[in-house]
Ligand binder design. Structure first.
Ligand SMILES: [Fe+2]
Length: 272
């Protein structure tokens, strides 16, 4: 486990997950930070810089050039290790399993040795202090980088992760995570768990916009991000990434609902 302590951060802090090789969304998010007056020192990504979309190398370049802090996602860990899949552990035959074969191969082909070395050096946990609160940023979970923690997960699921985290870094007041793709805020005992959402894929809600989180003296805001989804879709079409995540950018619905807990699935959802 690699840990990085950013010390005390002053002013607003922007957190986002899952750029997912979506160059247009990443550009929009970084521009939004500038528009909000948030410096790169106060911008943190919860990982999975690369995944479903068309432009992995360009997305990594944008993130690295911006100089923001990045927590390793399972995609970064797998690429750095030269693994053959994304490491989510999807069961054989699930939609996510079938789709990951397409996009992961594309990412693996596009990402060079320099970017893999950068990925290998990324921390698993980032901690900082903001307005007197100690915050830890992780990807999925501490017990497993690819843990899917949802808004409807049990208190025990959150408590187990928080206990494992506090064993590593001491007491925290807030956890900010990503990986599962849907933003939410949940209080478990005296710890606030925030999933900052992802910028590279819509939130399975029928809208093209994605989201990020801002910590400020008002608390935690989940903020909508509008970006050029038409161009991101066209890029995927052009290189043949047409297995379903391309359409998701347009429809706002995931092609892989079987990853979701039943409570978060749409009543009449049909693939495609
Ligand atoms: Fe992930």
């Amino acid at each position: 486990m690699k840990m990085k302590d950013l010390g005390v951060l002053s002013g607003d802090v922007m957190l986002f997950g899952g750029p997912y090789s979506n160059m247009q969304a990443t550009t929009a998010a970084l521009n939004e930070a500038i528009a909000l007056g948030i410096a790169a020192t106060n911008v943190i990504c919860t990982g999975d810089v690369v995944a479903y979309c068309a432009r992995p190398a360009q997305t990594v370049a944008l993130v690295r050039d911006a100089g923001i802090t990045v927590v390793a996602g399972n995609c970064e860990r797998q690429l750095a290790a030269g693994a053959m899949d994304c490491g989510c552990g999807f069961e054989d035959g699930t939609t996510c399993d079938l789709l990951s074969a397409g996009w992961y191969a594309h990412v693996d082909k596009e990402i060079g040795a320099g970017d893999r070395a950068w990925m290998a050096g990324l921390p698993d946990v980032v901690v900082f202090t903001h307005l007197g609160r100690r915050v830890a940023v992780i990807h999925g979970g501490v017990t497993d980088i690819a843990s899917f923690i949802w808004s409807v997960s049990t208190d025990a699921a959150f408590s187990e992760e928080i206990a494992a985290l506090q064993e590593l870094v001491g007491k925290v007041d807030m956890v900010v995570a990503g990986h599962s793709g849907l933003a939410f805020i949940r209080d478990v005992a005296d710890v606030r768990w925030v999933n900052a959402g992802v910028i590279g894929m819509p939130a399975h809600d029928g809208t093209q916009d994605t989201c990020f989180a801002v910590l400020s003296d008002r608390g935690v805001d989940i903020v909508s991000l509008h970006y050029d989804s038409d161009a991101a879709f066209a890029d995927m079409q052009q290189i043949g990434l047409r297995q379903g995540y391309d359409r998701a950018l347009m429809t706002g619905y995931w092609p892989s609902e079987d990853v979701l807990p039943p409570e978060l699935r749409l009543p009449d959802f049909a693939n495609g």
